[in-house]
Design a protein around this ligand. Structure first.
Ligand code: FES
Length: 371
């Protein structure tokens, strides 16, 4: 605003418009400062350095060839054997090294070639108008109309409409085929049942040694599997079952445990068990912070509060870790009361509210009898 309260007049620019096309140029535009003077590289000035750069590029490409061959040899010479994790590791290691060498060799070689040996003169490409002349545009419309007339596309409406219908349906078989790539088993079903059942002893992972309640001291954390899992062979789905049933067991001081009334009988003397599979995208929640009683998922830092039924206090996970109801048997070993009462693992819309009616923890009266 000026001193008199009037708006200052906007700065005026004289504008010139080409007679055709959408480009606009300012008549008072800045003068093009042009490119800085070209500076030759060492390889432009010294033939010896040029030949050295050439050899370096060749070495990069040779290295790439070696990497490709190594990847193929590794794939054939180190096959993956079912159930043998050692072969998976070696196969992945050599395959990865080979492919990495192959790609890096081509990449670095190409870059080195472009930077040191290809022409380094700057080039300016003028932008031209992209709109056609009126004559060209009129001719295009004419051709289009002629095509329409000759083909009868507008006139033969029945053919046109059935063609549109046929084209609309062509992608449908692909949808069906892609649908078939999904797991054969219902996803919710696959993660709703684990090996845990009433009476399953909680055992140390991986030895399968059953755990007594007295072994679990305050501040300790145990990685736990069902005792029966150790009898399962690798070809009988050992890893699949372990991925579903893995549990973290911790003991917290009773006065810190804030249990929901409905789950009052699911812990034993401050010992609680939660699924180890993160409810975000399924990484193992393996870090226990014993001062705060927080469980941390290393993948995206979701943090669960063990004292508050593993509710999410930080991170992208959307629901608490499912709790495994536990108690002790006559010999003092920790046992499960049932399987999990909700699907373990990542959350997604199809499973919301899903509770398997067959997974029922012990009633208060049954727990009383046991005690
Ligand atoms: S998988 Fe655990 S936070 Fe993402």
């Amino acid at each position: 605003m000026s001193a008199e309260g009037q708006s200052a007049p906007a700065e005026q620019h004289e504008v010139a418009v080409y007679d055709r096309g959408a480009a606009v140029v300012q008549a008072d535009a800045f003068e093009n400062p042009g490119l800085p003077p070209h500076r030759p590289r060492q390889t432009d000035l010294h033939p010896v350095k040029e030949r050295r750069a050439e050899r370096q590029v060749v070495w990069w490409f040779l290295l790439s060839m070696v990497g490709s061959v190594l990847a193929i040899i590794a794939y054939v010479a180190v096959p993956i054997e079912s159930g043998d994790m050692g072969t998976v590791r070696f196969n992945n290691l050599f395959l990865g090294l080979g492919i990495a060498l192959a790609l890096l060799g081509v990449g670095f070689g190409g870059m080195h070639w472009a930077r040191q040996l290809m022409s380094s003169h700057e080039v300016v490409e003028e932008r031209h108008l992209s709109r056609g002349s009126e004559k060209t545009r009129a001719r295009a419309v004419e051709i289009f109309q002629l095509g329409d007339e000759e083909s009868g596309f507008s006139r033969r409406s029945l053919i046109r409409n059935t063609l549109i219908g046929a084209i609309a349906l062509v992608p449908l078989p692909a949808v069906v085929l892609f649908r078939d790539l999904a797991p054969a088993q219902d996803a919710v079903e696959a993660i709703s049942n684990t090996m845990w059942k009433a009476g399953s002893r909680l055992a140390l992972d991986p030895t399968g040694t059953p755990i007594r309640a007295t072994d679990v001291t305050i501040g300790s954390a145990f990685h736990v599997i069902p005792e029966e899992l150790k009898d399962l062979g690798h070809d009988e789905g050992y890893l699949d079952q372990k991925a579903l049933a893995s549990v973290l067991l911790v003991r917290v001081p009773l006065d810190r445990l804030n249990e929901q009334p409905a789950r009052a009988g699911w812990s034993y003397d401050g010992i609680v068990a939660y699924s180890k599979i993160c409810t975000h995208v399924g990484c193992p929640v393996a870090l226990y912070e014993q001062q705060t009683h927080h469980l941390l998922c290393p993948c995206h830092q979701s943090t669960f509060d063990v004292t508050n039924h593993a509710k999410v206090i930080f991170g992208p996970a959307k629901r608490p870790l499912p709790q495994l109801p536990i108690t002790v048997d006559d010999e003092g070993f920790l046992i499960a009361q049932s399987d999990f009462t909700e699907p373990i693992g990542p959350s997604f819309f199809e499973r919301l509210g899903h509770v398997d009616p067959e997974h029922v923890p012990l009633s208060a009266a049954e727990l009383e009898t046991r005690a």
